[in-house]
Each structure stands twice: as structure tokens, then as C-alpha cells.
Design a protein around this ligand. Structure first.
Ligand code: DGL
Length: 268
């Protein structure tokens, strides 16, 4: 038994897609969430900068006594996994479990990968997919406007702006005839409805936050790392910019109120 909280971080709101799943599969577990809303987006920054931010984010969570760290961010997962692997607690990220789920889901062996520019440039998902099955064709698509859209609360599929941006990015992926699409950035499941609408009902969407959360839950179960059943649950949400927008979108998405606490982390 381990009663310490699970640490989850992202550049902003996206990691809530992992939190939503964790609340479902591990409802007793305490959480510390860190969203670096003051520096989002990460996905259009250089590898060096993302790695520096990721190190600081992980240090913040370790400072809160977490028992495991989940990088609920495709960009960090794609550029800083080696930093996570050196942490003194178990580290989890989104790439491998998500790629595995997509391989299981595809029937025509054509998979679309949506991600930030940094994630797509890294080739991380394609690498894992093709390690499992070389015959699978991967169609990557960077969608840099998805993160600012979601961070600003534009998630409704009825919203004209959302529809135009989603259609524009997805056109080549749809034309490639994929039957499975990886939402390789944890912000993108916030746009699931809009993405599903454009791709059509025959296409399976793979939610990276959800897959990562399930992998973490399975690992904690297997290693006896879950909390005691009588333990009182706590959940803390830290952000690095004004918490109001975070709290509004978090409430919309998680279905319960979330109080964001603003923190300054040492940036150098
Ligand atoms: N949620 C992050 C990801 O999964 C967004 C990255 C960004 O801030 O651009 O990649």
C-alpha cells in the first residue's frame, strides 16, 4: 500500500483527459495535478526548452511527495522520456500505451497521428507503432491550433471556429483512408466530438490521456502501489497562470468543480 498521491502534469489543461480517466479507474487515489498554463503551448517550442520545462514540472511534483509521475503530455513524452526514466519514482507517459492501443484497434493497418509540431517532428508514435508492426502505415498531422483553441474554451463541435480548424487539419488524414486516429496530444480529446464528426463513425479515436492513465493504474495495481481503501482522497490542481479559465474548462470537462491554485515555479 502506498498512500502518497499520484502526480500528473501537462503544459496546461490537456492532462485533465488523464485525470478524468484516473478518477474513473482509481477513484480512491489522491492526485496532484500541475498545468503549466503560464507557458503553454510547449508543442511549438524547441526540444531543449521543452526538456527544461519538463524537468522543472517533474521537480515540482516530486516536491509534493508523489509516488509516481505521469507526463500527461504528448510533447513531453516525445522529447523528455529519458529525464522521466531517471526519476526516483516510477514514470509513465502517453506514447507507448497509446500506440499499442491504436495497433490493437486498426483493421486496415492505416493509422493517423495528430499531435503538436514537436510530437509529430519527433516521430515518437510512428516509431512505437512500427516496432510492433512494420506493415502499418502511419499518417502524421501536426495540429498546432488545437491547443490554443482548447485552452481558451473553444471545444464545442457546434462552434464555427472549431469546425473550420478541425476540418482543415483533418482533411489529409481523412483522405488517407485511416480507420484509427491517435489523439496524440492530451488536449485533443477535448475536441473528440468535433474530430469524430469530421472523421465519421467508422474511425476509432484513441485518447492518449485515457490510455496513459489506464497503463499507470494497471502498473500500480500490479506492484501493490495503490492506497489503502480507507484513505481519504485529496486532489490538488496547480497552475502557473490565472486559474479562472482553467477552472471553468476543467469543470466543463471533468463534470465537477476544480479549484486551480496559482503557483510560481522557479524557471531556471
Ligand atoms: N497536452 C500537450 C501535449 O500532449 C500540449 C502541448 C502543448 O502545450 O503544445 O502535447
Amino acid at each position: 500500500m502506498d498512500n502518497r498521491p499520484i502526480g500528473v502534469f501537462d503544459s496546461g489543461l490537456g492532462g485533465l483527459t488523464a485525470v478524468k480517466e484516473l478518477e474513473k479507474v482509481l477513484p480512491k487515489e489522491s492526485l496532484v495535478y500541475f498545468g503549466d498554463t503560464g507557458r503553454v503551448p510547449y508543442g511549438s517550442r524547441s526540444r531543449e526548452v521543452v526538456r527544461r520545462y519538463a524537468r522543472q514540472d517533474m521537480d515540482f511534483l516530486l516536491g509534493h511527495g508523489v509516488k509516481a509521475v505521469l507526463a500527461a503530455c504528448g510533447t513531453v513524452s516525445s522529447t523528455a522520456a529519458d529525464i522521466g526514466a531517471r526519476l526516483p519514482v516510477p514514470y509513465f507517459d502517453v506514447v507507448a500505451p497509446t500506440a499499442r492501443a491504436a495497433v490493437m484497434a486498426t483493421r486496415n493497418r492505416r493509422i493517423g497521428v495528430l499531435g503538436t509540431s514537436a510530437t509529430i517532428h519527433s516521430g515518437s508514435y510512428a516509431h512505437v507503432i512500427q516496432q510492433i508492426d512494420k506493415g502499418i502505415e502511419v499518417f502524421p498531422q501536426a495540429c498546432p491550433l488545437f491547443v490554443p483553441l482548447t485552452e481558451n474554451g473553444f471545444i464545442s463541435p457546434e462552434d464555427e471556429l472549431v469546425r473550420i480548424v478541425v476540418e482543415r487539419y483533418l482533411e489529409p488524414v481523412r483522405e488517407a483512408g485511416v480507420d484509427t486516429v491517435i489523439l496524440g496530444c492530451t488536449h485533443y480529446p477535448l475536441l473528440s466530438e468535433a474530430i469524430g464528426h469530421v472523421m465519421g463513425p467508422g474511425v476509432t479515436l484513441i485518447n492518449s490521456g485515457k490510455e496513459a492513465a489506464n497503463a499507470l493504474a494497471a502498473a500500480l495495481e500490479e506492484t501493490g502501489g495503490l492506497c489503502a481503501p480507507e484513505e481519504e482522497r485529496s486532489a490538488e490542481f496547480y497552475v502557473t497562470d490565472a486559474p479562472e479559465n482553467f477552472s471553468t474548462v476543467a469543470q466543463l470537462f471533468l463534470g465537477h468543480s476544480v479549484e486551480g491554485i496559482r503557483v510560481d515555479i522557479t524557471f531556471d
